[in-house]
Design a protein around this ligand. Structure first.
Ligand code: URA
Length: 209
C-alpha cells in the first residue's frame, strides 16, 4: 500500500487556506500554488540520498554532503499541474520536465492520452507527477499508468488537495505510489468537486472563468 503524507507544515496550511478563499484572485492564486508546491517539494525530497564530498572553504578543507546524483523528473498533468512546476524547479533546478495530457472519451468515458512527452531517460529517474486536485483519482491513475507503460518505475504523486475517494483509487490502482497532499478534504460532491476544496483549480489558475 502506498503511503499518504499530509504536509502539516504551518506555512503550507496557511497558504492552502488563502488558496481556498473565493476572494483570492488569479495572480495570488498562481503565486500560492507555486509557493505550496515548493514547500511540498522540500518535504517530498527529504529522503534523497546524500554523499560525502570535500569542499575547500576560505579557511580550511571541510567534509560536506551533497546530493548523491539521484536524477529527478517532474511530470505535470495538463493543464493544472503546470501551476506546480516552477515551485518544484525552484528547489530542484536540474530536474527534467515531462508533460502528460488526457481527455475523457465522451462515449466510453475512459481517459485517453492526447499528449505525452517524457525525458528520454525517464525510466532512470524518480518521477514526481503533479496535479493540484485529486478528486475521483481517475485521471491521476490513468496518467500514472501511461507513465508506467513508458518504463518508469519510481513514481510519487503530489497534489494540493485530495478527496478520500481519489486517495483510495490511487492506492488501489497503484499501491507502489506514495501520495503527498497539502490537505485531505471531506468528500466529492455530485459534480465531482472536492468539498470544501477550492473550486476549479484550472479556471482559478488561468483566469478562464
Ligand atoms: N478539479 C478541480 O479543479 N477542482 C475540484 O474540486 C475537483 C477537480
Amino acid at each position: 500500500m502506498g503511503q499518504i503524507y499530509v504536509m502539516d507544515h504551518p506555512l503550507i496550511q496557511h497558504k492552502v487556506s488563502m488558496l481556498r478563499s473565493k476572494e483570492t484572485g488569479s495572480k495570488e492564486f498562481r503565486e500560492l500554488v507555486e509557493e505550496i508546491a515548493m514547500l511540498m517539494c522540500y518535504e517530498a525530497t527529504r529522503d534523497l540520498p546524500l554523499e560525502e564530498i570535500e569542499v575547500e572553504t576560505p579557511v580550511a578543507k571541510a567534509k560536506a554532503k551533497a546530493l548523491a546524483g539521484k536524477k529527478l523528473g517532474i511530470v505535470p498533468i495538463l493543464r493544472t499541474g503546470l501551476g506546480m512546476v516552477d515551485g518544484m524547479l525552484n528547489l530542484v533546478p536540474a530536474a527534467k520536465v515531462g508533460h502528460i495530457g488526457l481527455y475523457r472519451d465522451p462515449e466510453t468515458l475512459e481517459p485517453v492520452e492526447y499528449y505525452c512527452k517524457l525525458p528520454y531517460d525517464a525510466p532512470e529517474r524518480d518521477i514526481y507527477v503533479l496535479d493540484p486536485m485529486l478528486a475521483t483519482g481517475g485521471s491521476a491513475s490513468a496518467a500514472i499508468q501511461f507513465i508506467k507503460d513508458k518504463g518508469v518505475q519510481r513514481i510519487r504523486f503530489l497534489c494540493l488537495i485530495a478527496a478520500p475517494e481519489g486517495v483510495e483509487r490511487l492506492n488501489k490502482d497503484h499501491p507502489d505510489v506514495d501520495i503527498y497532499v497539502a490537505a485531505l478534504d471531506e468528500k466529492l460532491n455530485d459534480h465531482g468537486y472536492i468539498v470544501p476544496g477550492l473550486g476549479d483549480a484550472g479556471d482559478r489558475l488561468f483566469g478562464t472563468k
